[in-house]
Design a protein around this ligand. Sequence first.
Ligand SMILES: *[C@@H]1O[C@H](CO)[C@@H](O)[C@H](O)[C@H]1NC(C)=O
Ligand SMILES: *[C@@H]1O[C@H](CO)[C@@H](O)[C@H](O)[C@H]1NC(C)=O
Ligand SMILES: *[C@@H]1O[C@H](CO)[C@@H](O)[C@H](O)[C@H]1NC(C)=O
Ligand SMILES: *[C@@H]1O[C@H](CO)[C@@H](O)[C@H](O)[C@H]1NC(C)=O
Ligand SMILES: *[C@@H]1O[C@H](CO)[C@@H](O)[C@H](O)[C@H]1NC(C)=O
Length: 278
Amino acid sequence: MAILTYIIILAATLSVVNAVPGLWFDRFFMVVFENTNYTDAIANPYFKSLVEKNNSVLMSNYDGVSHPSQPNYIATIYGDIAGIADDEFYDIDGINLVDLLEAKGVSWKAGNCFTGMKTEDAAYVREHNPFISMKNINTNATRCANIVNADQFEADLASNSLPQFSYYVPDRFNDAHNTNLTYAMSWFQPWFDEKLQNVNFTNTLSLIVFDESDHDEGDTGPNHIYASLIGSSVTSGAHEDTTPYTHYSLVKTIEENWGLGTLGRNDVDAIQATTQQD
Ligand SMILES: *[C@@H]1O[C@H](CO)[C@@H](O)[C@H](O)[C@H]1NC(C)=O
Ligand SMILES: *[C@@H]1O[C@H](CO)[C@@H](O)[C@H](O)[C@H]1NC(C)=O
Ligand SMILES: *[C@@H]1O[C@H](CO)[C@@H](O)[C@H](O)[C@H]1NC(C)=O
Ligand SMILES: *[C@@H]1O[C@H](CO)[C@@H](O)[C@H](O)[C@H]1NC(C)=O
Ligand SMILES: *[C@@H]1O[C@H](CO)[C@@H](O)[C@H](O)[C@H]1NC(C)=O
């Protein structure tokens, strides 16, 4: 019996292509929605149902770090807002999460690659893609090639070759930015339910999160947002975690999971998330 279990676990681990084993999870997937406060998000039937799943954690005390959108996205991979307080174009110097992931051989991809100008009704905007604002990514063709579109995500899933770190940015209609949560869920619910059923998506820890609660530059009010973790590494049953987390906790959690070291910014003292109940 023990041998059988071992074989199953080994096979499951190997199913993550070229995996660098993590402390809690071997594969991480995150999707970022837009501009909704915690109260509104948890009132959404699908977001509520996700945290009723047996392998889920509701992080009920998670805050965005700034306003408007862009500094929040930057924070998720840079461990700091890099002095950014608007949605304009920046090329940011210094190391970011990708440097740490690559140094340990952890594969990554992010979407979507948009380097052009924004227009008010554009589906894709640079301010929602922090990777493209990192100088050592946007000046490096090899790295830039890892910024892919949603079709590539589906192709990788179908060939069981998802990277270990995936950062998924829906377009500005599906992420609720230009629309609302009802519209966003008409895309996300069937899409994500299918992923959760897909054998090639098992052993993945998913983070469903928002960038910020409100969206005006200079907003100083509460920035309480919905964040949930779903996946087989949550083994202690559905639970709520009231620890005060921020986007910096997300960086810290990735760092701790794969033993990446730190960026030396706000990630250092951030509280890492845990998938286990105290
Ligand atoms: C959340 O946002 C809604 C608008 O969508 C607003 O009416 C409500 O007061 C906000 N709640 C909190 C707690 O900020
Ligand atoms: C570009 O990125 C690749 C992959 O991370 C790396 O091996 C290479 O050294 C980088 N090139 C430069 C010029 O930094
Ligand atoms: C999972 O990946 C395998 C390739 O290893 C592929 O043949 C299969 O169709 C994929 N399954 C799904 C549901 O995408
Ligand atoms: C939600 O957004 C969709 C698409 O923009 C729109 O058709 C619908 O009326 C909106 N619903 C509400 C309640 O605002
Ligand atoms: C939920 O998970 C816990 C811990 O793994 C387990 O004890 C419990 O039986 C599970 N409940 C259901 C309904 O699957």
